[in-house]
Structure formats: structure tokens, C-alpha cells
Ligand binder design. Sequence first.
Ligand SMILES: Nc1ncnc2c1ncn2[C@@H]1O[C@H](COP(=O)(O)OP(=O)(O)OP(=O)(O)O)[C@@H](O)[C@H]1O
Ligand SMILES: [Mg+2]
Length: 260
Amino acid sequence: MLAVNNIEKSFLTRCGNRPFLALHDLSFTVDNGEFTCIIGPSGSGKTTLINLIAGFLRPTRGTISLRGHSIQGPGPDRGVVFQESALFPWFTALQNVTFGLANLGYRGRKGKERALYFLSLVGLEEHTNSYPHQLSGGMKQRVALARVLALTPQILLLDEPFGSLDSQTRQVLQEVILRLCLGQKTVLFITHDVEEAVVLADRILVFGPRPGRIVGDFLIDIPRPRREYPTAVRAWETRLRSYLGFKKLHPIISERGVMP
Ligand SMILES: Nc1ncnc2c1ncn2[C@@H]1O[C@H](COP(=O)(O)OP(=O)(O)OP(=O)(O)O)[C@@H](O)[C@H]1O
Ligand SMILES: [Mg+2]
């Protein structure tokens, strides 16, 4: 589905003569329908990776392809949600979701019906005519989710989508995303919250400190719903945290039989 091949990304900075290396020789693949979480220290290049896959940035080296097509720029086959949802403040929730659907052929009533359907999927049927400033942070993220889901992208790229929410709202939205995506959508979900990753993911990739590279690749084998298995969740959290402090370049740990 998604293939990231030997990606390197460096940035030219104003103060340094040398380019700033954010990602170094990064390779991994994501299978169709797989829910993958990425955790890693701040500054390890997670957002840079999302921007590269989204096509907002170009890699310095390497290639990224989706269903065999090389990514050359942004496209509707990838739906992106960031921590702070970029909703249009002058549009209602409904108009925010409808916008963009016209390009896919959903115009007029068809567009409105589709937007209402996706807003109801995220539990916002009562707030379709509210403006972003009238919505809570969690509601805004629901609108952002409805907006990308309505475009039926091939992959969802979520960069700490619940990062600014309180833990209760976060938990509710985790359940929403699992209900809508698990086993149905290919998802790449970045989070700082190790417990969130364990609760959500089929697979977790752990990034080491900058320049970003993969130091762990784990299949999470806890039955779902995961919150019913708190001991197993805690055990995975402890194990993953030990990799987050990883300092050395080697060895790379993989449970998939494929060295990332
Ligand atoms: N446009 C840019 N120009 C220069 N440096 C950049 C640019 N974008 C990112 N960086 C640098 O690349 C590194 C990786 O940044 P990135 O935002 O990808 O990290 P991150 O893993 O998402 O961190 P966080 O967990 O804090 O969100 C950082 O050191 C950052 O300063
Ligand atoms: Mg980031």
C-alpha cells in the first residue's frame, strides 16, 4: 500500500552552513488496512515524514509510493489531520466538510447529504450549523476527521490529532477513530502518548532521536477492545518506553521479519 524507500530529508537553515538532517535512510512499508502508530522523541522527524507522504515536502533522497504510484505532490488519495485542525473559521461545520467534495463530483444536495452523513458518523449531527469558534477542541477535531473521511482517501495521515485534547475527550475520539477505521482504512497515526499507541495500533513503529530512523517495529497482539486488558497494555507501554530512550544506531528490532 505505502512504501517509504531510503528517505532522507535535510533542511537548509539560515544560521548553519551544513544542511540540517531530519530523516536519515528511512524505509518501511504499510499494508492495506493496517493501523500503524508512530511514536518517537520530539524532533525525531515524525511530522516531517507526514509532510513528505502528504506531498507537502519533497525528500532530499529516496522515494515514497502509494499503491505503486510515486508521490510527487499533495493529492486527494491522502487525508491529513494535524493536531490543530485547520478549519475555515468563516464556514460552518457542514460547509467545512462540503468544501472539497465538489471536486469529487458531490455537488449541491449530493454534497450536503454526504457531509451530513460523515458528520453524523463522528457524532456531530447536532452541530452541523455551528462555526468553528462555537465548537470545543474535540468537536473541531471531529469535523476535521469527517472532512477527510468524506473524501475517501486511500490512507489517513494523522499527526497527533488528539494531542491538544483532555484525556477523557481523547479516549472518546480514540473510540470514534477505531470504529470508523479499524480493519477498513489504512492509517498512519503519530502520537506522543505511548498508551494511545498501544490502545489503537495493529503495529507500532518507534523512531529514535534525530535524525529520524526506526529503532523498533512491533505488532501489538492484545485483543480488542484493548482497555479491557490493562495489564497487557501496561506491559507494552513499559517495553516501548525502553525503546524511546534508545541512543545507539544498532540494532534495529523487528518483529515483522522485515528489517526496516
Ligand atoms: N521547514 C523546516 N526547516 C528547518 N528545520 C525543520 C523544518 N521542519 C522541521 N525541521 C526540523 O526537523 C526536525 C524534525 O522536526 P519534526 O517536526 O518532523 O519533528 P517531530 O518528530 O514531529 O517532533 P514533535 O514530536 O515535537 O512534533 C526538528 O529538529 C525541526 O526543527
Ligand atoms: Mg510533530
